[in-house]
Design a protein around this ligand. Structure first.
Ligand code: AHG
Ligand code: MN
Ligand code: MN
Ligand code: MN
Length: 323
């Protein structure tokens, strides 16, 4: 089995990007270690702080953010970073080639129940000149790499540099990532969907009708039975979609009219959309392809519908679009 380093070199990845991806992978090993020690290391539970999203930060949100920030700050290829847990962008170096956007701990409400959590990252080219928030506001299409790490029964790294999606498994004996799937591929069709059903009454009409039709099963217009899963960690749900197909959505809702979307574009939706497209799937808001959105701010939120191509298309038909 190839190591991550062997894989990056076999794909012809240039030294600066290989260095950055190695930094991210190495930091995820340390995060995996911290997550695994759980209560033994006193890392569970919440802090008294809120992040810019208005969420109470878990201790591990802060710890994992600090670990990534420290490692990326020490990496000469990094010009700047943006994180779910940082109010503002952070300038790192004067000459790095890359900007990194990340969600240090995804699914942090799962941490206290010992369930799936992950890390999500997106790598963008650093534009010339002075660094500002504006430098980060590039459509997802510009990403040079993206990935996630899933801290599950085994720790796995899913990575794309635009040459398909590769999956690595962390060998606990050697602490090395080994290539265990060289081309993840999402089946075109599926009979599985993922949505937080408790928000049903708050969705827009197209999503109400689409899900209602799935629930009708064989007697409905879709004429087949659908199964449902919800992990409450996007990393876990997207990993399932990449592994066996499916449709994952966190749609628009009017629970809080000031916050109609939950997931964040720059460090959740864009990197996951890059992975999903590279594995043959689709990712849309219902009205727009996610990776074509021109971002307006680093913590911007979007509706997300992603996964098996034919099922995303079926959902988009309800939204009056077919693309
Ligand atoms: P985070 O823990 O990084 O703030 O992200 C949580 C997100 C995402 O991972 C997940 O799909 C979604 O929130 C779960 O939302 P619900 O709690 O509404 O199910
Ligand atoms: Mn959060
Ligand atoms: Mn998240
Ligand atoms: Mn998070």
């Amino acid at each position: 089995m190839q190591t991550l380093a062997q894989h990056l070199s076999s794909q012809g990845i240039q030294a600066p990007l290989a260095q950055l991806l190695t930094t991210l992978a190495d930091t995820s090993k340390a995060i995996s270690h911290a997550v695994r020690h759980g209560a033994l290391a006193g890392v569970l539970g919440a802090t008294e702080q809120e992040n810019v999203q208005g969420e109470t930060q878990k201790k591990l949100d802060v710890i994992t953010n600090d670990m990534l920030k420290e490692a990326l700050t020490a990496d000469s290829t990094v010009r700047g970073l943006a994180s779910e847990e940082e109010d503002h962008i952070v300038e790192v170096g004067q000459s790095g080639d890359f900007l990194v956007c990340f969600d240090p701990l995804d699914g942090s409400s799962n941490i206290d129940i010992n369930s799936l959590v992950g890390t999500i990252f997106s790598v963008l080219p650093a534009p010339q000149g002075e660094l500002s928030e504006q430098s980060f506001l590039q459509p997802g299409r510009q990403q040079v790499a993206a990935g996630y790490v899933l801290y599950g029964p085994s720790t796995m790294l899913a990575l794309t540099t635009g040459q398909g999606v590769q999956l690595f498994t962390l060998n606990p004996e050697t602490n090395e990532y080994l290539l265990t799937n060289e081309a993840m591929s999402i089946s075109k069709d599926t009979a599985e969907f993922a949505i937080n059903m408790s928000n049903q009454r708050f969705w827009e009409a197209p999503m109400q009708t689409y899900i209602a039709d799935l629930l009708l099963g064989k007697i409905g217009p879709r004429e087949k039975s659908f199964n449902m899963r919800w992990i409450a960690a996007m990393v876990g749900d997207v990993h399932r979609v990449l592994s066996r197909g499916g449709l994952f959505t966190y749609p628009t809702d009017n629970k809080n009219p000031e916050k109609p979307y939950k997931l964040r574009l720059m460090y959740e939706a864009n990197p996951m959309s890059f992975l999903v497209e590279q594995a043959g799937g689709k990712a849309s808001t219902g009205y727009e392809t996610i990776m074509d959105i021109q971002p307006s701010e680093i913590h911007q939120r979007v509706a997300v519908i992603l996964g098996s191509a034919n099922e995303v298309d079926a959902c988009l038909e309800y939204h009056g679009q077919d693309y």
